[in-house]
Each structure stands twice: as C-alpha cells, then as structure tokens.
Design a protein around this ligand. Structure first.
Ligand code: FES
Length: 171
C-alpha cells in the first residue's frame, strides 16, 4: 500500500523543501510567463506543495508580471485551490445514504476520536486530513472509507483503528 507520497515523507524536512523549491523553479521555467498560464501553474504548484504557499504565489506573480493580489484572488476564488496546508494522508469518510444507513456516523466518529480532528481539519503534524464526502460510488461496500487510492469497505470502528495503524506504520 506504499505510495510515492509516503516515500516523500521519509525525506528530511529541509531536503524536502529544497526539492519542492527546485520543482517550483522547474514548473515556472516550463512556461512562457503569459497571464493565461496562471491556472495551470497554480494547479501544478499545488500538486507539489499540497497547497499554495504564500512565497510560491509571490514568485508566480513576479514570473507572470501580475499583481500579487491577482494571484491571491484567483487562489481564493476557485474551490480547487487550497491556501493552507492540508494533511498528507487525506482520509475520506463517505456519508452518502447507503453508508449512512450502515453506520457511517460511527466510522466518522471513530476517525475523529483517533485523530482528534473534525471533517475539514488536519492534524497538527499535517500527517492526516479528514473529509466527509458524498456517495463515493462503492455503495455495495458501505460503509466506506477512502485513503488516497485505497478504498476500505464494510468498515467498523475496530477496522478504523486497524487501518489507521497500518497507514501510520508505513510512514
Ligand atoms: S453511499 Fe457511500 S459509497 Fe455510496
């Protein structure tokens, strides 16, 4: 179940930050510096950092020769962009009808208890973010919890503990 983001987490923080800065420079150098490139640049930068850090937005403004307020305006306007860091492992708990009927509230409650966060929040070490989602399309497996590309079906509170322990062990 190991994935690249787990592998990245093993890097020292400084090393990781330097790699991200280098990636940011690479992204910018792959563009011409035209205004209409703003959205794709923001999308790529968010993929690297997991959100849009202020220094990166300032750098983008300089690169595109646009006022910083324009970059921040676009970053706040579109729901796809995040201006604050989010946990590395995004835990999504389905609250669709089928999952609700089969105990999604208890699953969500157990995740909240284990991580000490509510939907929309991240843990202080930014390892986990929690989201409550609408039907994930795997109703036959209800109740469902999703972490990255992994779908965990027929969840119980006991299984929540097990799954979270395994995610933690992979770090
Ligand atoms: S209601 Fe949860 S997957 Fe459909």
């Amino acid at each position: 179940m190991a994935n690249s983001s787990v592998a990245q987490g093993a890097q020292a923080p400084l090393e990781k930050e330097m790699a991200r800065q280098q990636r940011l420079d690479e992204i910018l150098s792959s563009y011409q510096g035209n205004e209409e490139e703003l959205i794709p640049i923001l999308q790529q930068v968010q993929q690297v950092f997991g959100y849009l850090p202020e220094p990166a937005m300032k750098k983008i403004a300089k690169f595109l020769k646009l006022p910083e307020s324009t970059i921040f305006g676009v970053g706040t306007f579109y729901a796809q962009f995040k201006l604050v860091p989010s946990g590395r492992n995004i835990i999504r708990v389905c609250r669709g009808t089928a999952c609700h009927v089969r105990g999604a509230t208890g699953i969500l409650g157990e995740v909240e208890k284990q991580l000490g966060i509510k939907p929309g929040e991240s843990t202080s070490d930014l390892e986990y973010a929690l989201e409550a989602i609408a039907c994930f399309g795997s109703c036959a497996l209800a109740p469902v919890m999703v972490i990255g590309n992994n779908v965990y079906g027929r969840m119980t509170p006991a299984k929540v503990k097990e799954v979270l322990a395994n995610v933690g062990a992979e770090r």
